[in-house]
Write a protein that binds this ligand. Structure first.
Ligand SMILES: NC(=O)C1=CN([C@@H]2O[C@H](COP(=O)(O)OP(=O)(O)OC[C@H]3O[C@@H](n4cnc5c(N)ncnc54)[C@H](OP(=O)(O)O)[C@@H]3O)[C@@H](O)[C@H]2O)C=CC1
Ligand SMILES: O=C(O)CCC(=O)C(=O)O
Length: 413
């Protein structure tokens, strides 16, 4: 079976056909610039030691320091991290950030770990990769199962290694440590601004019914934003299962239930809310399907069951190549990950700039800048898709690739 990376690269190669690109230039993206592996050892609270495979990939730094999150998940492999780092390279070019693409991960299920074990894990990660990351080299951020607290521990450990507080080494930090206002909901908000902006072109009525897969940072903030804008959230899921409520879920109450009990299914005892099978989430009758969990969740086996006419990808790579084709033939419009979830890294960039300036921007400024970015890049990609009669995903790749190639040609290498 082809690796995830090989499959992901076909999207880049297809996009290149729409541009007059020298194949030699394309070859440089066939593999990452560097992937560093480590064995991460942590002491558990009972005094024992456990070892976990850990990685950091710097895929490409043509346009600037590599940038991308760190995830903790049992499925983390080099292939997965490199694929996600390739996506970061393309994503940063899509929204014109002065960054290349990177990603990191630890192969671990962090859920059973105590807070002190999680702190040792984060600090251990930085000790493994302090020679790889750096404020002008490679800048981590949160991803699946990591958050602002993780970034605080990592920045603090980096400071103790280099001997000075260096806030620009991670983004997505707590506000009290130089984190940016608006980074917490930025991934969802960027996708939300894009959706509102394209609604008319998409023939989509804002305030419709949405189903959301994944109820972590990206998914739960999206649920809140959509609910506040009058949408009905008719189904949600997390790693433990899915629930449905045709009349619309009360997101505030759902958040409280998830926080108390650790899963959205604990809300199934509330009025009008029923439990459904996890995979049923993608086939719920709705107007908008938001994918905010993991890769490959919509695949050849379930793509034909999708009822929503529009899919917003907040997750990275949630739709396989095969499913993409099925959905395209069925006329389902996909707002692709490399554009739709770029709000997270865009506000990470704002954080990095604020830290370099020693300044803090107002939330209104951050929202306005993010909105402008999503609308400008969204409009360009929409126009490219119409002009070339291609999908929004292909258009986003074309848009990014032309910026990447311009940068390479400007360097003359
Ligand atoms: N955080 C960010 O800034 C950005 C994130 N992304 C992408 O968004 C996606 C989600 O990331 P994020 O929200 O940060 O991560 P979180 O860890 O905060 O949330 C992930 C969510 O997905 C759920 N989940 C895991 N497995 C499944 C499954 N099989 N079915 C349904 N739900 C599942 C988790 O469940 P549970 O709650 O039970 O653990 C959790 O609710 C990822 O693809 C990530 O790469 C993209 C851009 C930026
Ligand atoms: O905020 C960042 O730097 C990166 C976020 C990320 O990992 C992603 O966009 O997938």
């Amino acid at each position: 079976m082809a690796s995830k990376l090989k499959k992901a690269l076909t999207r880049l190669v297809d996009a290149a056909k729409h541009l007059n690109i020298d194949p030699i230039i394309l070859e440089r993206w066939a593999s990452p610039k560097a992937t560093t592996h480590a064995r991460l050892t942590i002491q558990m609270d009972d005094g024992s030691h456990k070892h976990f495979p850990a990685l950091r990939c710097r895929y490409d730094d043509t346009r600037g320091p590599t940038k991308g999150g760190i995830r903790y998940h049992p499925s983390v492999t080099a292939d997965e991290v490199e694929t996600l780092a390739l996506l970061m390279t393309v994503k940063c070019a899509v929204v014109d950030l002065p960054f290349g693409g990177g990603k990191g991960g630890v192969q671990i299920d962090p859920h059973p770990l105590s807070k002190t074990e999680l702190e040792r894990l984060a600090r251990g990660y930085v000790r493994c990769f302090a020679h790889v990351i750096g404020p002008n080299r490679d800048i981590p951020a949160p991803d699946v199962n990591t958050n602002a607290t993780t970034m605080a521990w990592m920045a603090d450990e980096y400071a103790s290694i280099v001997g000075e507080w260096t806030p620009t080494v991670t983004t997505g930090k707590p506000i009290s440590l130089g984190g940016s206002l608006g980074r917490d909901d930025a991934t969802a908000r960027g996708g939300y601004y894009l959706l509102q902006f394209l609604a008319k072109d998409l023939g989509f009525t804002p305030g419709a019914r949405a189903a959301i897969q994944g109820f972590g940072n990206a998914g739960s903030h999206m649920a809140q934003l959509l609910e506040s804008a009058g949408y009905k959230i008719v189904a949600v899921s997390d790693s433990k299962g899915a629930i449905r409520c045709p009349a619309g879920l009360d997101i505030k109450k759902l958040n409280a239930a998830k926080e108390r009990n650790g899963g959205v299914t604990s809300f199934a005892s509330s009025d009008g809310v029923s439990r459904i099978a996890a995979d049923e989430l993608v086939s719920v009758d709705c107007d908008l399907l938001v994918l905010a969990a993991l890769e490959d969740m919509v695949h050849a086996g379930n793509a034909a069951n999708v009822k929503a006419p529009i899919i917003l990808e907040l997750a990275n790579g949630p739709i396989t190549l095969e499913a993409d084709e099925i959905l395209k033939n069925r006329g389902v419009v996909i707002l692709p990950d490399i554009l739709a979830n770029a709000g997270g890294v865009a506000v990470s960039h704002f954080e990095w700039v604020q830290n370099r300036q020693g300044d803090r921007w107002l939330i209104e400024d951050i929202h306005a800048r993010l909105k402008t970015k999503m609308e400008e890049e969204g409009a360009a990609i929409w126009a490219c898709a119409k002009d070339k009669n291609i999908t929004l995903r292909s258009a986003a790749y074309v848009h990014a690739l032309s910026r990447l190639v311009d940068a390479i040609e400007a360097k003359g290498t």
